[in-house]
Design a protein around this ligand. Structure first.
Ligand code: F6P
Length: 343
């Protein structure tokens, strides 16, 4: 970690990677906190792409008004492959120097922090804010967007459940999360799913799911909800196989990008606002290569290297709760044991 303490006068803020509801609240907080402390602040459009292409604008407090309630990101975002190349990194650092950007707030996930680290090694102070619906950043129990996303998915799954019950069907509902199962686990608990399939411990024993469906049907259950994580995937083919094996009509629903949109919940607005202000305060204090997080009931900051090196697993106790509530796969299967890692 850089220990250099320099007085910062100008900062930039960008969003990078997949968008997440609440990112606008974080941007707004960064801008207003910075202006309130006498700093100049640039909004950088389209993530690192915009930094390389000098797609940026000095922002006023007014520029971020009427944004806290909006989904998406007003700065737009991108997954920037070029930021992994030395040429791209050089161009990004040059833009910072050209505009006098001495501090940069990066709102995004792990991949975005790697880009930030590179800039830090070129003398730009950087602070990351966790922004992703996936909740897959190891140093923090909260990431901007997860709360909204899980509520959006939960409402959608309730609706699927209604029609599933009417038609006495089995429904496999696939939720996002890339390689992480948090969205699936939370939806599984919140929606009272019969089965929850997580990439962290699914053992691909489909026969066990089939047996569970047949058994619950025999006991008079009208529907069978399986929450399948994106990291397990293959919901459509799974549905075909389950229908053939059980005789129960089975449909697959992939919720997809609707989970990334929508007006942020109060939690996402408030936590994102706090994290945005904290990021600016860290830069003002001369800190660099830090990630803002929420852990053990408080907001704190972590060294980027350490944050990136941390391993995150599904909390075994939360999984146990899910299994205790469900009647299916999660309860009876030999799902692989989870490591003793907590959220
Ligand atoms: O990281 C957020 C996320 O929505 C993941 O859950 C998903 O795997 C991925 O982004 C989808 O990315 P894209 O919008 O680029 O298809």
């Amino acid at each position: 970690m850089s220990s250099a303490t320099k007085e910062i006068k100008t900062i930039g803020v960008l969003t990078s990677g997949g968008d997440a509801p609440g990112m606008n609240a974080a941007i707004r907080a960064v801008v207003r906190r910075a202006l309130g402390k006498g700093l100049k602040v640039y909004g950088i459009y389209r993530g690192y792409d915009g930094l390389m292409e000098e797609d940026l604008k000095e922002l006023s407090a007014q520029d971020v008004s009427d944004t806290i309630q909006k989904g998406g990101t007003v700065l737009y975002t991108a997954r920037c492959a070029e930021m992994r190349t030395p040429e791209g990194q050089k161009r990004a650092a040059e833009t910072c120097r050209k505009y006098g950007i001495e501090g940069l707030v990066v709102i995004g996930g792990d991949g975005s922090y790697r880009g930030a680290q590179v800039l830090a090694h070129q003398g730009i102070n950087v602070v990351g804010i966790p922004g992703t619906i996936d909740l897959d950043i190891s140093c923090t129990e909260y990431t901007i967007g997860f709360d909204t996303s899980v509520n959006t998915a939960m409402e959608a799954i309730d609706k699927v459940r209604d029609t599933s019950t009417s038609h006495e069907r089995c429904s496999i509902i696939e939720v996002m999360g890339r390689n992480a199962g948090y969205l699936a686990l939370w939806c599984g608990i919140a929606n009272g799913a019969e089965d929850i399939l997580l990439p962290e411990n699914y053992d691909y024993d489909e026969q066990r799911i089939i047996d569970n469906i047949i058994d619950s049907r025999r006991r008079g259950k009208k529907h069978h909800i399986i929450i399948n994580a994106e990291g397990v995937g293959h919901s459509a083919s799974m549905a075909r196989r389950i229908e053939a094996a059980t005789g129960m009509e089975t449909r697959a629903t992939i919720l997809g990008h609707m989970q990334r949109g929508g007006s942020p919940t109060a939690k996402d607005r408030v936590y994102a606002s706090i994290m945005g202000c904290m990021a600016v305060d860290l830069l003002i204090a001369g800190k660099s290569e830090r990630v803002v997080g929420y852990k053990n009931g408080k907001f704190q900051d972590f060294d980027i290297d350490e944050a990136l090196a941390m391993v995150k697993g599904i909390d075994p106790y939360q999984y146990e709760i899910a299994t205790a509530m469900s009647g299916g796969y999660s309860k009876t299967s030999g799902a692989k044991a989870l490591n003793d890692e907590t959220l």
